[in-house]
Design a protein around this ligand. Structure first.
Ligand code: 9MG
Length: 266
């Protein structure tokens, strides 16, 4: 899953697709084509930055950023379009524009989100977050992060089922960096098989995240090697989808792990 941030302020690539204050559609399409050619099966388009301290956007502003790009990609590229949003209105409009997956960092907890997602008929990625983006990294707290994240995601799966969204439509994501300290992130990565045991496909996003900066002292531009290692470690522990800013390199890294698995199985 390649990340396309249609935002001026995301943590690692915010603004790189902007010309002045507007999204540059040709730049965004060039990024989408490059990711599809690099092996992305899914492109995740987001119009709201969820980095700590980011300015909240109105639903209209978020739609203006995301929908034109969804339409262009749907018309041109053979990929599944994921829309990264918590907004019920955008969920409905994105489905009409050609989206094939909803990715909600708030796991459909906003008013109206469960009903909107149910009505679209689309698959949904439910991500775990403790708190809200503005303050989630101030003092994240868990007694047992792996079991608490598992229980919380299970609860959201049940809420979806009550709303008529069947399990077959769901993917789960532990939400690395979303209300988690470095130790919490490490425990989650180590404990990923426990989350995979829930029996739904796991999405993992560790690409360029701040735990790499904190553990290795690398700034955002220097985080590719560690992101590749983390992608392989996540795949090895049961991740079905890797969310990444660097599609071609990540596809090669994970393909080497897959090749070894296949070789060992023959
Ligand atoms: C939008 N977004 C930012 N980081 C993410 C992650 O790790 N997973 C998912 N599903 N979405 C994310």
């Amino acid at each position: 899953m390649g990340v396309i941030n249609a935002t001026p302020d995301s943590f690692s690539d915010g603004g790189t697709l902007y010309r002045g204050s507007r999204l540059d559609m040709e730049r965004a399409m060039a990024r989408a084509r490059e990711m599809a050619a690099g092996g992305a099966a899914i492109l995740d388009i987001g119009g709201e930055s969820t980095r700590p301290g980011a300015r909240p956007v109105s639903p209209d502003e978020e739609m203006d950023r995301v929908l034109p790009l969804v339409g262009r990609i749907a018309a041109e590229l053979p990929v599944v379009i994921s829309v990264d949003t918590s907004s019920p209105t955008l969920m409905r409009e994105a489905a009409r524009a050609g989206a094939g997956l909803l990715n909600d960092v708030r796991a459909l907890t906003r008013d109206g989100a469960l009903a909107a997602a149910a009505d679209t008929g689309l698959p949904v990625c439910l991500m775990h977050m403790q708190g809200e983006p503005g303050t989630m990294q101030v003092a994240p707290h868990y007694a047992d992060v792996v079991n608490e994240v598992a229980a919380c995601l299970q609860g959201r799966v049940e809420a979806c089922e009550r709303q008529g969204i069947s399990r077959e439509r769901l993917l789960l994501d532990p939400g690395f960096g979303f209300g988690k300290s470095v130790a919490h992130n490490m425990q989650l990565l180590h404990g990923l098989p426990r989350l995979a045991a829930i029996g739904l496909p796991l999405v993992v996003g560790l690409s360029r995240k701040s735990l790499i900066g904190k553990l290795l002292g690398r700034n955002v531009e220097q985080r590719l090697p560690a992101s590749l290692a983390l992608a392989v470690l996540a795949a090895e522990r049961g991740a079905a989808v890797i969310r990444t800013h660097d599609v071609a390199a990540t596809a090669d890294a994970v393909a080497m792990w897959t090749a070894l698995e296949e070789w060992a199985g023959t």
